[in-house]
Ligand binder design. Structure first.
Ligand code: ADP
Ligand code: MG
Length: 592
C-alpha cells in the first residue's frame, strides 16, 4: 500500500445523500403528474418530444461535453433507435423492449465505429466524418424502401401493452431520462469521466498519465450513441410514426444547439437546453402571423445566449454558485506520500541502448546509450537543441524511436504506447506545462493517482487521500479545490510534479522543471527534488541550471548534437574537457 491509514480521505458528503433523495422524490412527482394530470394531445406531444430528445442530448454531454469530440450525427443514432423499434415491431413482430435493446446495440456499434475514426482524425476532419455518417444514415432511411418504407416512414408503431396509455408512457420516458441523467452526473467524477475530461483538456498529458486516449474516445462515442438510440427508440413508441426527415442532419444540428445552449458539461444543461429549444418555438408561435419574424427572434436569442454564456445557461448559473464555495483546508498530509520504488530490487531502472530519433535528415538523438541506477538523481544536460527533450519524448513513447531500445525495470518498452509505459512505471512532467486546465488541482492529481495497476485504484478514499498527500508533498494542499488555470507558473509546475508523484512511478522524468521559476521558487524546487529523492524515487532531470544540477544529481549524461559526449559521476563529468568545451564553455542558455 502506498498510502498510510492516517491519511485523511474525503468525507462522504451527507448533502449528497439528501440530494439524491430529493432527486428521487422530484422524479416520482414528475411521473405522477404525467400520469394523473389531464392533458391535451398537444401538451403530451411536447412533453414526449422534450423527454426523448433530452435523452439523446445527454449523449452529447458525454462525447462533446466530457470528451471534447464533435458529433454531428446524433440524429442518426436517434434514428437508428427509432427505426429499430418501428420496423422490429411492425414488420417482424418483435417485442418492444427487445427492439429497443437492438436499436441501442446497433447505435452503440455504429458509435464505436465512428469513434474508431478518431484514431486518425480530429477537429474539423472528425466533424466531416460524423456529418458523412449522418448523411449515409439519412440516405439509407430514404432509399432502402423494402426495409425502411422510404420517405413514407413507418406507421402504427405500438407501445408495450402496460404502457399503451400515452400518460403512462410519458412517465416511463421521464423515469428513463432521470435515470440516465443521474448516471451521467455520476460519470463526471468516475474514472472514465475523469479520463474523458483529461482527453478533452490535453490529450498528450492524458496519454502520459496512463489513459488510453483512443479507447476513451471510442467509449465516449459509443455511450453517446447508445443514449441517442435509447431516446430515438422511446420517441418512436411515443409518436407511433417515424420518417427519415425526423432524423436528418438538421436535427443533429438542433441536438447540438440544445446542448450548447443549456451547457455542454452537465446533464442539467442538456435538460435545460432541450426544454428551451422545444418550448421557445411554441412560445413564439403567436409571431407566426408575421413571416420571418419568428425565426429572426429565435435565432437572435440563441446567438445571444451562446455569445454571452459560452458555457451555456447551466455553466453560467454554476459559475455564480461556485463563488460561494468554501476552500478546502490544508491537510498537512505530506508524510503520507510514499513510493513503492517499483518493487523489483534490480540496480538498473532504465537502460537506453543505441537509441536514435531522426526527423528526416536531422539526427536529433543519435545512438545514445546510458543507464539510470535505482535511487538518486540522474541529470541529462546539453546545449539547447542537443536532443534532451526528444530523448525524453522517445522514452515516454510520444515519439517512436528510429532505432535502438528502451528497457524499463528490465522490460523492453520500446514499442509500448505512452499510456502503457506509464502503467509500466514511467512518470513525467513537460517542458511546457501540460495540465488539464478546466480541472481543479486535486482532480489533476487524482487522475495521476489513477494509474492502472496502482494499489489505490479501486478504493476511492485511498485514491483521493494519495492525491491529497501528493499535493501536500509539493505544498499545495491548501489549493486542492481551485482550478489550476488560476495558478502561478511555479504552482502549475508543482501540480504537474504532484500528478506524476501520485502515480507512484518507478522513474520520474522532469523536463526543465526550473524553467521560468523565480529564485525563491528554484530554492523550493531544489528542496522538493531532494525530498523526493530521499523517499527512494529515482529521478531523471533535464535542466540548464548547473548549480541545481551539480547540487542534486549524482550522475550526469551530456548530449551534444544528439550524441552522448560524456556520462558518469557528476564531479567527473563536469570536469570533462569535452563537456567544458561544448556546454559549460558557452554562455548559459535561456530555457527553450
Ligand atoms: P533540447 O531539448 O535538448 O533543447 P530538442 O530535443 O527539443 O532539444 O531538439 C533537438 C533537435 O530536434 C532540435 O534541432 C529540434 O529542432 C529537433 N526537433 C525536436 N522535435 C522535433 C520535431 N517534432 N520535428 C522536427 N524536429 C524536431
Ligand atoms: Mg528541451
Amino acid at each position: 500500500m502506498s498510502t498510510s491509514a492516517s491519511a485523511p480521505a474525503t468525507p462522504v458528503r451527507p448533502q449528497l445523500r439528501w440530494g439524491l433523495a430529493a432527486y428521487v422524490v422530484l422524479v416520482l412527482a414528475a411521473m405522477t403528474l404525467a400520469i394523473v394530470i389531464p392533458k391535451t394531445g398537444y401538451i403530451l406531444n411536447i412533453s414526449m418530444q422534450a423527454t426523448t430528445y433530452a435523452i439523446a442530448v445527454l449523449g452529447l454531454t458525454v462525447v462533446l461535453g466530457l470528451c471534447g469530440q464533435i458529433n454531428l450525427a446524433q440524429a442518426a443514432f436517434f434514428g437508428l433507435g427509432a427505426y429499430a423499434v418501428g420496423i422490429g415491431q411492425t414488420e417482424y413482430g418483435v417485442n418492444f423492449w427487445i427492439c429497443l435493446l437492438l436499436g441501442m446495440s446497433l447505435a452503440a456499434l455504429m458509435g464505436a465505429l465512428l469513434g474508431a475514426s478518431t484514431l486518425k482524425l480530429g477537429g474539423h476532419y472528425l466533424a466531416m466524418v460524423t456529418i458523412s455518417f449522418q448523411q449515409i444514415v439519412t440516405l439509407v432511411l430514404i432509399n432502402w424502401i423494402p426495409v425502411t418504407k422510404g420517405p413514407d416512414g413507418v406507421r402504427a408503431i405500438p407501445r408495450p401493452a402496460l404502457l399503451a396509455d400515452a400518460s403512462n408512457y410519458l412517465a416511463l420516458c421521464i423515469a428513463v431520462l432521470a435515470g440516465c441523467g443521474y448516471l451521467l452526473w455520476r460519470l463526471r467524477d468516475m474514472r472514465l469521466g475523469r479520463a474523458m475530461r483529461a482527453v478533452r483538456d490535453n490529450e498528450l498529458a492524458a496519454s502520459v498519465a496512463g489513459i488510453d486516449v483512443y479507447r476513451t474516445k471510442v467509449l465516449a462515442f459509443a455511450i453517446s450513441a447508445v443514449l441517442g438510440g435509447l431516446g430515438g427508440g422511446l420517441f418512436a413508441g411515443g409518436f407511433a410514426y417515424v420518417s427519415p426527415d425526423q432524423f436528418s442532419f438538421a436535427e443533429s444540428v438542433v441536438f447540438l444547439t440544445m446542448v450548447l445552449l443549456g451547457g455542454v458539461s452537465s446533464p442539467i444543461g442538456a435538460a435545460i437546453g432541450t426544454g428551451l429549444l422545444i418550448l421557445i418555438p411554441e412560445w413564439l408561435r403567436f409571431l407566426k402571423a408575421i413571416p420571418g419574424l419568428y425565426l429572426a427572434i429565435y435565432g437572435t436569442a440563441v446567438i445571444l445566449i451562446v455569445l454571452f454564456m459560452p458555457d451555456g445557461i447551466w455553466g453560467f448559473i454554476r459559475g455564480q454558485l461556485d463563488r460561494f464555495k468554501r476552500r478546502a483546508p490544508a491537510t498537512g498530509a505530506a508524510d503520507a506520500l510514499t513510493f513503492s520504488g517499483g518493487g523489483s530490487g534490480a540496480e538498473t531502472v532504465l537502460e537506453l541502448r543505441k537509441l536514435s530519433k531522426h526527423f528526416g535528415g536531422l539526427k536529433a538523438v543519435d545512438e545514445v546509450d546510458f543507464t539510470i541506477r535505482r535511487g538518486g538523481v540522474h541529470a541529462l544536460i546539453g546545449p539547447n537543441g542537443s536532443g534532451k527533450t526528444t530523448t525524453l519524448n522517445v522514452l515516454s513513447g510520444l515519439y517512436k524511436a528510429t532505432s535502438g531500445s528502451v528497457l524499463l525495470n528490465g522490460q523492453d518498452v520500446t514499442n509500448f504506447p505512452p499510456h502503457a509505459r506509464t502503467i509500466a512505471g514511467l512518470g513525467r512532467t513537460f517542458q511546457n506545462i501540460r495540465l488539464w486546465r478546466t480541472m481543479t488541482a486535486l482532480e489533476n492529481v487524482v487522475i495521476g493517482a489513477e494509474r492502472p495497476g496502482s494499489p489505490v485504484l479501486e478504493d476511492k478514499d485511498a485514491l483521493v487521500a494519495r492525491a491529497r498527500a501528493a499535493l501536500a508533498f509539493v505544498g499545495l494542499d491548501g489549493r486542492a479545490d481551485e482550478l489550476v488555470s488560476g495558478f502561478s507558473y511555479g504552482h502549475q509546475r508543482a501540480v504537474e510534479i504532484a500528478r506524476a508523484l501520485a502515480a507512484d512511478p518507478v522513474l520520474l522524468l522532469l523536463d526543465e522543471p526550473g524553467a521560468g521559476l523565480n529564485s525563491s521558487e528554484k530554492v523550493e524546487l531544489r528542496n522538493l527534488l531532494k525530498r523526493i529523492s530521499a523517499r527512494g524515487l529515482t529521478i531523471l532531470i533535464i535542466d540548464h541550471d548547473m548549480t541545481l544540477v551539480s547540487e542534486v544529481a549524482q550522475h550526469i549524461t551530456v548530449l551534444n548534437f544528439g550524441r552522448r559526449i560524456a556520462d558518469g559521476y557528476s564531479a567527473d563529468v563536469l570536469r570533462h574537457p569535452d563537456v567544458v568545451a561544448a556546454y559549460l564553455g558557452t554562455a548559459p542558455d535561456v530555457a527553450a
